[in-house]
Write a protein that binds this ligand. Structure first.
Ligand SMILES: Cc1cc2nc3c(=O)[nH]c(=O)nc-3n(C[C@H](O)[C@H](O)[C@H](O)COP(=O)(O)O)c2cc1C
Length: 217
C-alpha cells in the first residue's frame, strides 16, 4: 500500500481536483461541480484548486526555473506550498477544455511551476499520489479526433510525458467530445452535455472503486 493510501485509510480518502476555465457557467465548471457532488456520494474528500479564481500566475519566472545541478533548489513559496498541498491525496483529477490540442496556458503553467524538478520529480521525488485522471473537454467530434490520432498523441503526452515522468504510472485520459457541436451536429445540445457530465461522473465512480480496492489490500 502506498503512503498516499495509508493516509487515505485514516479518514475519507482525499482526491485533489485541479481545474482550469476562465468562466463559471462553462461546461467545464459544470463538469467540475458534478465531479465534486459525485465524490461526496462516493465518500471521497475533495481538495479543490480552481486555478483561475485562486490568483495563480502561470508564467514561470527565474525563481521557478529548475537548476539542473541542484535538485534541492528552493523554489518560490507559491510553488512549494502548492506542491506540498498535494500531500495526503490519493489521486489527482485534472479537468480542462482542450485548447489548440493541448492544455490551457493556466494549467500548463501550473505544471511548469509546481510539478518542478526536485519538488515532484527528479532526485528520487515523485508526485505523492497513486493515480491521475485527466478529463479533457474537446470541442471537436470523436471521429475527426481519432482519425487524426489526437487521442493517442494526448494520451502519450499526458500519461507518459507528464504523469509517468513524475512517477505516476496509473494515469488515464477521458475525452468529453463534441462539446460545441461544431463539427458534428446534435439534435439536443443540452442532452449531449448531460451525457458528457454523466461520463465524467463515471470516471469518479470508477476511481472511487479503485481507491476502495487499494485501501482494502
Ligand atoms: C483558445 C481555444 C482553442 C481551442 N482549441 C481546440 C482544439 O484544438 N480542439 C478542439 O476540439 N476544440 C478546441 N477548442 C474548443 C474547446 O475545446 C471548447 O470550447 C470546450 O471544450 C467547451 O467547453 P467549455 O464550455 O467549458 O469552454 C478551443 C477553444 C478555445 C477557446
Amino acid at each position: 500500500m502506498t503512503q498516499a493510501m495509508e493516509a487515505g485509510m485514516k479518514s475519507q480518502p482525499r482526491v485533489h481536483l485541479i481545474w482550469a476555465h476562465p468562466r463559471i457557467g462553462s461546461l467545464t465548471s459544470k463538469v467540475v461541480e458534478a465531479i465534486k457532488n459525485e465524490a461526496t456520494t462516493q465518500g471521497i474528500d475533495i481538495a479543490e484548486l480552481d486555478l483561475y479564481r485562486s490568483g495563480f500566475n502561470p508564467v514561470l519566472q527565474s525563481e521557478d526555473e529548475p537548476d539542473w545541478a541542484n535538485p534541492a533548489k528552493i523554489y518560490s513559496k507559491e510553488a512549494r506550498c502548492l506542491a506540498e498541498s498535494l500531500d495526503g491525496s490519493v489521486s489527482l483529477v485534472l479537468v480542462f477544455p482542450l485548447w489548440w490540442s493541448s492544455l490551457p496556458a493556466m494549467l500548463k503553467g501550473y505544471i511548469d511551476r509546481v510539478w518542478n524538478y526536485g519538488l515532484v520529480y527528479g532526485n528520487g521525488k515523485s508526485l505523492p499520489v497513486s493515480s491521475i485522471r485527466w478529463i479533457a473537454l474537446v470541442g471537436g467530434a470523436k471521429k475527426n479526433f481519432e482519425d487524426h490520432k489526437k487521442d493517442h498523441y494526448l494520451e502519450d503526452y499526458l500519461n507518459n510525458g507528464i504523469a509517468s515522468y513524475c512517477g505516476v504510472q496509473d494515469s488515464t485520459v477521458t475525452f468529453l467530445y463534441n462539446t460545441i457541436a461544431f463539427e458534428e451536429e446534435t439534435s439536443d445540445l443540452g442532452k449531449h452535455h448531460e451525457a458528457l457530465i454523466t461520463q465524467a461522473k463515471g470516471v469518479i465512480i470508477d476511481l472511487a472503486t479503485e481507491i476502495q480496492k487499494e485501501i482494502a489490500v
